[in-house]
Ligand binder design. Sequence first.
Ligand code: GLY
Length: 372
Amino acid sequence: MAVRIPIAVRREVPTGGIVIGAGALASLGELLARRFPGRRVAVLADATALDLHCDRLCPALPRSSPILRVPSGERHKTRAEKVRVEDELLSRQLGRDTVLVGFGGGVLTDLAGFVAATYLRGVPFVAIPTTLLGAVDASVGGKTGVNTRHGKNLIGVIRQPAEVLIDPSLMETLPEAEFRNGVAEALKMAATSDPVLFAELEADCGPTLAREPAALARLIERSVRTKARVVAADEREAGEREVLNFGHTIGHGLERATGYRLSHGQAVAIGVVAETQAAVAAGCLPPEEAARVHRLFAAARLPGRAPADAARGDVLAALPGDKKARRGHPRFVVLEGVGRVRTDPMGGGARGWAHKLPAHAIAAGLDAIGLR
Ligand code: GLY
């Protein structure tokens, strides 16, 4: 049975929600007819996801809905690709009575959500994530955008999708490495915000890793609830939304220092190990709680060591470039226990969800991931 999670953050579009359920894709036609009666439907689809799942997506769409293929991969999340699909939508004379559906991973839904936000000054957007990472992260929270040669996601807007439809059965075909990227983000959210899910996975994460439908649906549902709650409290990332960045200060540093050779999920998993140890060294987190985090990430077969060729100096040099940095000082989400992050001020900073850490604590974090 599908679960429906309402999203409280709604400014530009009527309130919808997130539908999660194995086989939920089959209900897309009914969802579109109910929520957007009389509107034309156009789809932007990741080419790989379309090849894998067209037999299920296409029958669920209203007849003669155009499907525009977008090449797979981060390097196609560009302004040029946005222009290309916009021109194609315009040449097909799709008007303001269009609802745009994005079908693919986070790269595709970020691009498609951005197209929907600006096409004819904005048409409603329905996200159908086909990857676990897309389901638990990108499709919830309204961040849309494209990359430029100056960096990732530098051009975009925050605009909530009108609906999100998550069908965990689409994830059966994901390559293992891609699946693990999603697991890393979901465990990160459990570590900061969902001690119940964390304890369940500690007891047995086998069914989740084996992608058993009920276990996967549970992981997605709990993660989406966490993210929807955080985003509802802080849509513009002025405070609490920073909690989603746990593991990301060092994770992003590692990504940059290794020329983006590490996948985002791998970098975040290693970043979580480092930042957990940094929190211990800063006196904020009991070592036994840190050990729980390290054990669960290891049990999920996520990496906990930096690649052998990553240089400590390069990671340190990248930290001030993190978006949470203030006046050149990196800031970190600091765990106080499983499911709890520090909000009290520290290091002369203000109350908040990200904090400066002393140099010895950062050093302890980098030691823990084997960065010399
Ligand atoms: N991926 C982090 C966020 O949506 O804020």
